[in-house]
Design a protein. Structure first.
Length: 250
């Protein structure tokens, strides 16, 4: 496993243990209920936490991720679990072969989220459930002494994401893919702990590396956020859009 994958795992683990994260995952599991019998796929499964939790709930679950380092971590963490290195836009499943489809923080990484949803529709059985959850990269809220620069940092980082506004499009993507009974709700994650500081500082680092923000300004902004975290004054809020839908039964 390379250094970048290890660093990403540390951030993802910190997010997964942040206040409200377990409740958000539980909501997605509840929304999968009502699927026809069969296997649930967690697309973009990362290190396999959702597959492990679904399995513990008695669900037959599998994971797929394009990152072989993540699949390696998932197999280490859940020996005996079923994980595949696979593209969400070209899944190794037959037509109408799955009972449920879950994608958490996946669609924003894809250049063509609509293609992934068309693929989800293809592999789901009639009556199967699809559940999507993700953040809109344009809507991160960070407390700062320099709100103008903060907006620039957030927008500059969003511009580096393949599909930064995919989450706000969940409903339309599902409808366009032919799903029925589409519902959307929003849950806001609040991050205040020191362990989540890299989420904020990473935005500025990426924006500076891309040349969207002067390095000196980014460094000053990062220093402010580190100082806030040291004084227990760090605050970041991220809205997560949760959508659920059903594959047509006819």
């Amino acid at each position: 496993m390379d250094k970048d994958t290890k660093n990403l795992l540390r951030v993802l683990d910190a997010v997964d243990h942040s206040p409200g994260a377990a409740e958000l995952r539980s909501l997605t599991y509840a929304l999968l209920r009502g699927s026809v019998d069969g296997t649930v796929l967690d697309a973009g499964c990362g290190a396999g936490r959702a597959v492990a939790e679904l399995t513990a709930l008695g669900v037959t679950a599998e994971g797929a991720d394009l990152d072989d380092g993540m699949i390696e971590a998932a197999r280490d963490r859940l020996p005996g679990g079923t994980f595949r290195v696979a593209d969400a836009c070209d899944l190794p499943y037959g037509d109408a072969s799955l009972a449920g489809y879950r994608a958490d923080k996946l669609l924003h990484t894809l250049p063509d989220p609509a293609r992934a949803l068309a693929e989800a529709r293809r592999v789901l059985k009639p009556g199967g459930r699809a559940v999507l959850v993700g953040q809109d990269w344009d809507t991160a809220v960070i407390d700062s002494d320099d709100p103008v620069l903060t907006r620039t940092v957030v927008r500059a980082r969003a511009a580096l994401v393949a599909s930064p506004r995919a989450a706000r499009a969940h409903r339309n993507l599902l409808l366009d893919a032919g799903f029925h009974e589409v519902r959307v709700e929003v849950r806001t994650a609040v991050f205040t702990g020191l362990e989540l500081l890299p989420m904020a500082t990473g935005l500025a680092e990426a924006a500076a590396a891309a040349g969207a923000v002067p390095a000196r300004e980014a460094a000053a902004w990062i220093a402010e956020q580190r100082d806030r975290a040291a004084r227990d004054r760090f605050f970041m809020a991220v809205p997560f859009f949760v959508a659920s839908a059903t594959a047509p039964r006819d």
